[in-house]
Design a protein around this ligand. Sequence first.
Ligand SMILES: NC(=O)c1ccc[n+]([C@@H]2O[C@H](COP(=O)([O-])OP(=O)(O)OC[C@H]3O[C@@H](n4cnc5c(N)ncnc54)[C@H](O)[C@@H]3O)[C@@H](O)[C@H]2O)c1
Length: 253
Amino acid sequence: MTQLLKDKVALVTGGASGIGYETARSFLREGARVMIGDINLEQGRKVAEELSSLGDIAFVENNVTAEASCQNAVEHTVKRFGRLDIAVNNAGVIGETKPLLELSAEGWQRTMNININGVFFGLKAQVNQMLATGGSIINLASIASKIATPSCADYITSKHAVDGLTKAAALDYATMGIRINSVGPGVIETPLLGTIGQTKDAQGSIKHAIGMHPMGRVGKVGEVANLITWLASDQASFCTGGYYPINGGYLAQ
Ligand SMILES: NC(=O)c1ccc[n+]([C@@H]2O[C@H](COP(=O)([O-])OP(=O)(O)OC[C@H]3O[C@@H](n4cnc5c(N)ncnc54)[C@H](O)[C@@H]3O)[C@@H](O)[C@H]2O)c1
């Protein structure tokens, strides 16, 4: 069977865990060479080693909150694999999961730095590299890009911003062979869920969100990775500026 991403080179930020990890795995299976970036060096190296049986994969230290680090991740990918065709801006955190009045300025800033500034810095470095060759970029949005849940104002705001930034950037480069889309998962079983605060508000918020999926279950990382893989591929050649929901029917209500 033809591989969807044969001979393509991809960079996945936050690739050491959850959706990023599974996306790297899917990309390898579909014939891509993959660079994963993360701030978690130990886990990142372990994952690259673990997935190396599937294909050509390497790890680069990448803190998406620093523009120079995002630039370095792209340069490192090109140095190692010769080009960059696909980028997935996946690194993200859930934030403090507290009601508005209890959110700290530092916590707010951290969520924005990782979830939205990180996508901005990633896009700048990736688009600049892709100007000569074209490419496909996928940003991790969320159901939280379209609706709100209680005790998540920083996360909700950052993910609404990812949706807006994706559309704006897609328009700027639509005629230059660079497609930029976002995917919007519902609740997906990943380690991120374990970082949600243990307060009554935080637990109530996640319980509320989980209960809202009409399919009666949360999603699996493989289901999200499949959608990202399709958007990354040439099969999605007329798709840009889109928000692609994957949420078991959550937003249909
Ligand atoms: N899990 C869900 O239910 C869900 C739902 C919708 C959207 N998302 C989004 O999907 C993305 C991945 O989430 P996940 O559930 O796989 O999370 P995860 O916690 O399993 O993985 C996130 C990865 O990002 C890395 N990371 C954190 N800060 C970083 C930084 N500054 N620079 C580089 N890497 C950093 C972490 O080390 C980790 O490896 C996030 O953007 C998240 O908001 C997740």
